[in-house]
Design a protein around this ligand. Structure first.
Ligand code: SAM
Length: 281
């Protein structure tokens, strides 16, 4: 397995995922009590948008590249852009780097929160260690993110978020994700879980949804951002986030935020946003 997120860093899916990630953390940090954040597939933390890998598909140009001069009205988009700017190098013309979930999350987390980043590829984990600011309460583990659920859940803080953002290189990734969600929620029923999934013509995500509807799990919210029609034949059509136990009114807030994001990222109006409870209370 040699997945390199650098190809995709800063693309529309990363932007969508990170807007949602920061919106959840903003709501969880409204209470002063410490929380726990586990990022099971953390990546390298910071991506050079002009590297050979990133330049190959230039995917970021249709994601963060469209937001360089954006002045959104929505407060969750404003907070996201502030975090993306604060964590990466920019010129007056464009972003030169893009931060991944670890650096972005740390902009929202407090010194009293406990944070664990898990990354399987040693080279990526080392790069993440270099990219992170020195800070107490933050650790990087080289290993399997799914296995880390067993070691870290339930956390002593009993408040917080687990982000599961796998690469979907393996044919059975959706199966592994569902197993992880069932296991994690059994161990920590009131934890917030956010899982990213790709929306492609193959429809694997629909089978994943159908299976979760039969699982007995409750309070599952879908926040999907479709950059193009979901039946487009090639590549990634949309970016999905499944949230278990979302903070109060996240659905309403994301309807506004993702609606505005769509206008910024999909000016030709071929995209759409889907916000729906897969399973309610
Ligand atoms: C989509 S990227 C993560 C991006 C990151 N969460 C972000 O938003 O910036 C997926 C990462 O998972 C790593 N990975 C793959 N399998 C893994 C596993 N079983 N456990 C932990 N990390 C894994 C890959 O090396 C890759 O860096």
């Amino acid at each position: 397995m040699n997945y390199r997120h650098a190809f995709h860093a800063g693309n529309f899916a990363d932007v969508h995922k990170h807007v949602v990630l920061l919106a959840i953390l903003a709501r969880l940090t409204r209470k002063p009590t410490p929380l726990f954040f586990l990022d099971t597939h953390a990546g390298r933390g910071l991506y050079d948008l002009h590297s050979e890998d990133a330049s190959r598909g230039d995917e970021w140009r249709e994601g963060i590249g469209r937001l360089h001069e954006a002045q959104p009205a929505n407060p969750d988009l404003v907070a996201y852009l502030q975090a993306a700017s604060a964590t990466s190098e920019k010129t007056s013309r464009q972003f030169r780097q893009y931060a991944g979930s670890p650096l972005l999350a740390l902009t929202a987390l407090r010194a009293t929160d406990r944070v664990v980043f898990v990354e399987q590829q040693p080279q990526e984990a080392r790069a993440l260690e270099r990219a992170l600011p020195r800070r107490r309460g933050v650790s990087v583990i080289t290993g399997d993110g799914y296995a880390s659920l067993k070691g870290y859940l339930p956390p002593k803080e009993n408040r917080g978020l687990v982000l599961i953002d796998p690469p979907y290189e393996a044919a059975d990734e959706f199966v592994a994700l569902e197993k992880a969600l069932r296991f994690g929620l059994e161990r920590w029923p009131n934890g917030v879980f956010a899982a990213w999934y790709p929306i492609k013509l193959d429809g694997d995500y629909r089978r994943f949804h159908a299976s979760l509807q039969q699982s007995g799990l409750r309070k599952l919210l879908l926040l999907e951002f479709h950059a193009k029609p979901v039946d487009s034949p090639m590549g990634l059509n949309g970016s999905g986030m499944l949230i278990a136990n979302p903070p109060w009114q996240l659905d309403t807030a994301m309807r506004e935020a993702l609606g505005e994001l769509l206008q910024l990222l999909s000016p030709d109006k071929t995209g759409s946003v889907r916000i729906e409870w897969l399973v309610g209370e």
